[in-house]
Design a protein. Structure first.
Length: 413
């Protein structure tokens, strides 16, 4: 075992949550080391959608201009197909008066986006260790985390820092080793994701097709080289996946074929990537910190992929934590560090609490078809309300604008 030296911050995870955290911490003047078990570029099952407000953070990180020069596709809104056949159609540019940093969302392959953001972190001065797996957390004499033990092709190494940021996804090693991980019993779902070419009638709207046995999302995504494919993300209950015991490929193909409104659109389509499974979902850490640890992105919380704003939450989480990470690193006492870490929990609640409540209401509607069918009937008549809801899921309309009693009553009309 060798000693890899001391850093001020170690970030575990090289996806959008980790690269955003690392980049923002480096911009705050901290010495940052980022480690990831993968070697980039790498594939990652994901809806691959960046909401309109996510462009603000991508622009700050110096990545947006590259994406807008043709690497990404554009999404102008969303349409949700309810089990009854009703439609909820909302646009990002609407009459409600709220405007995002950009008027469009982005569709971009994670293989390309993650590599781009990782390059921006390197340019900001972050040391990046790829193909390096975290095996244990290290602790000081008082029990606080002060580093990680890693395993790579070069051997075992200890990296030390007063702060470790867990940005390593659903099955976070950092959250588990720090005793913070917690899995909810409901909703328990698993996703199957692949890319197709030549899906019929794909446009600039992201699509969600909800049925009584799951839902599938469709959206055009750029491949980083000017071409586009359709991201197909099927989400079904974990119990259904266990019952059928099919391969991921058979699960996705069989499900699409069983729904006529989708089967005919895939009749001439070609799957061009393997089907990758991810889940189960519905996880949220008991809290987002422990002595010497902060969690961000899916490592901190992940309810359900339906609203598709996970990349935005990952980017925004890194932006949120950086000044607090700086305060933790430079704290002059253990009590001061503890108080700062506790304030991180409050900051997350203030920033994301409204969206969490909205996500839970949407998840309830998706899990209970009569409720979603009713919402589709209401929103097909009330386009302004549909636009407001889609804007909230796009992260530029405040969730409070949807969650007011007056607005909620419109859903019951």
């Amino acid at each position: 075992m060798s000693d890899g030296g001391r850093w001020q911050v170690i970030v575990v995870g090289g996806g959008p949550a980790g690269t955003s955290a690392a980049w923002h911490c480096a911009q705050a003047g901290l010495a940052v080391c980022l480690v990831d078990r993968a070697r980039f570029p790498r594939n990652k099952p994901c809806a691959e959608y960046v909401s309109p407000e996510g462009s603000r953070i991508l622009d700050r990180m110096g990545a947006l201009s590259v994406l807008e020069r043709g690497a990404a596709t554009y999404l102008t809104g969303m349409v949700v197909h309810a089990p009854s056949g009703g439609r909820i159609h909302g646009e990002f540019v609407a009459q409600h008066g709220y405007r995002a940093f950009r008027d469009r969302g982005l569709g971009i392959r994670r293989e390309y986006l993650d590599a781009l953001l990782l390059s921006r972190a390197r340019e900001a001065g972050v040391t990046v260790l790829e193909d390096t797996r975290v095996t244990q957390l290290l602790h000081d004499a008082h029990g606080a985390v002060n580093g990680v033990e890693t395993l790579s092709p070069h051997g075992t190494q200890s990296l030390h820092a007063p702060l470790v940021i867990g940005a390593d996804g659903l099955n976070s090693v950092v959250a588990n080793r720090a005793g913070l991980a917690h899995r909810s019993r409901y909703p328990r779902r698993v996703a199957y994701v692949a890319h197709y070419r030549d899906v019929a009638r794909m446009g600039t709207l992201g699509e969600m097709h909800v049925t009584t046995d799951g839902y599938v999302g469709l959206a055009q995504v750029g491949d980083g080289a000017g071409a586009s494919l359709t991201n197909v993300a099927l989400v079904i209950p974990t119990s259904s996946a266990r019952t059928t015991r099919r391969s991921p490929e058979d699960t996705l193909t069989t499900w699409l074929s069983a729904h006529p409104q989708l089967a005919e659109r895939f009749a001439s389509a070609e799957r061009v990537t393997p089907v990758r499974a991810v889940g189960p979902f519905a996880s949220r850490a008991r809290r987002a910190w422990a002595p010497g640890v902060m969690l961000t992105g899916d490592a901190a919380d992940f309810l359900d992929p339906f609203t598709g704003e996970g990349i935005y939450a990952a980017l925004a989480g890194g932006e949120l934590l950086a000044p607090l990470a700086h305060a933790v690193v430079h704290a002059t006492s253990a009590d001061a560090r503890q108080q700062t870490l506790a304030s991180y929990e409050r900051a997350r609640q203030k920033t994301f609490g409204g969206k969490w409540r909205l996500e839970r209401l949407i998840a309830l509607a998706v899990a209970w078809p009569p409720l979603l069918n009713h919402a589709a009937r209401v929103l097909s008549r009330d386009r302004d309300l549909a636009d407001l809801l889609i804007g909230a899921t796009g992260d530029f309309v405040p969730p409070s604008a949807v969650l007011t009693p007056r607005t909620l009553l419109r859903f019951l009309s």
